[in-house]
Design a protein around this ligand. Structure first.
Ligand code: NAD
Length: 307
């Protein structure tokens, strides 16, 4: 097991390790508390049957060194770090933990929406600077939320905001009308969503089809009062176009938990704008969420072992 965070984040790790041991696994816990480098992985993987992994980079050399590996279980959703074709060619099964952290990310996304709307971070900066200016915000209640990508997180978000009487529109070309009706949401085209929404929240996976899917053209369709929230992946929203849109009043503000390069360089232009709220890829980081992700991996390992 390698984890890209302190082992103490998974408070129930000991009981999960015991469960694996009770099922006959010998568990090797890497203590680095970060993703391993290529050369580190090449050293540790020989003889390992199952790897519960963070976003450790599975390069061709790493793949070649994994002599016994039959399962890579990614603690999280994105599997961009593994070449799936190369893994399949070697007969290695690659799994992730879809849904296990969805509510954790959704609640953070809602927190960002609220913080932007009520100017919470801005107010903190004002008070800390010794001033007492009471900033005007807006209310979130009854506004229109556009969700791009209605998977586990998008669906969790829509459920979560139901108490705020929000009007929800969704763009997800892989969703059918029947499923949309079941969730009580309205499916629209991307331009429609961008034109109508007070909040646009992005929840698609990063791939060649979603890279830069929100660029200059898309931002130009949004309302000048609209807020953009991205807790998915950095490259999905074009950062240069977003900077221009925020600087020139094309949209009101943005909250970003993810960047195309993480951490972003300190002189990143988006970090300098007052109408941007930034966090450090934190949407999934809660003790409850981490336990759920690890538990999902352990369950997968046992299920695969049981055939
Ligand atoms: P998911 O696979 O359950 O849902 C993704 C949805 O996007 C699917 O419904 C799919 O149909 C839709 N989709 C795919 N391509 C699309 C496109 N071109 N246009 C519109 N919709 C499209 O994934 P999820 O669990 O909801 O996670 C979404 C993303 O959130 C992940 O891929 C990951 O990158 C990100 N994430 C971020 C954090 C964080 O800490 N910030 C944590 C977990 C996940």
């Amino acid at each position: 097991i390698t984890q890209p965070w302190p082992a103490s984040y998974v408070t129930e790790l000991d009981s999960m390790v015991s469960l694996l041991e009770s099922r006959g696994f010998e568990v090797v816990l890497d203590k680095s508390e970060r993703n391993l480098t290529e050369s580190e992985l090449i050293k540790v993987l020989p003889g390992i049957d199952v790897h519960i992994a963070g976003v450790d980079q599975y390069t061709d050399k790493v793949m070649a060194a994994a002599d016994k590996l039959s399962l890579i279980c990614r603690i999280g959703v994105g599997v961009e770090n593994v070449n799936i074709e190369a893994a399949s060619a070697k007969g290695i099964l690659v799994t992730n933990t879809p849904g296990a952290g969805a509510e954790t990310v959704a609640e953070f996304t809602f927190g960002l929406m609220m913080a932007l709307t009520r100017r919470i971070a801005v107010s903190q900066e004002v008070v800390r600077s010794g001033k007492w200016n009471r900033s005007m915000g807006r209310s979130i209640i009854g506004k229109k939320l556009g969700i791009i990508g209605f998977g586990n997180i998008g669906a969790a978000l829509s459920k979560m905001v139901s108490g705020f009487n929000m009007n929800i529109v969704v763009y997800d070309p892989y969703m059918n009308a029947e499923t949309a009706a079941k969730h009580g949401i309205q499916l629209v085209s991307l331009p429609e969503l961008l034109r109508e929404s007070d909040y646009v929240s992005v929840h698609v996976p990063f791939n060649s089809g979603t890279e830069n899917m929100i660029g200059q053209k898309e931002l130009a369709l949004m309302k000048p009062s609209a807020m953009l929230i991205n807790t998915s992946r950095g490259g999905i929203v074009n950062e240069a176009a977003l900077h221009d849109a925020l600087k020139n009043g094309i949209i009101d503000s943005a909250a970003l938990d993810v960047f195309s390069q993480e951490p972003p360089p300190p002189d990143h232009p988006l970090l300098k704008l007052p109408n941007v709220l930034v966090t450090a890829h934190n949407a999934g980081t809660t003790y409850e969420g981490r336990n759920k992700l690890m538990e999902a991996c352990v369950r997968t390992v046992i299920d695969v072992a049981d055939g």
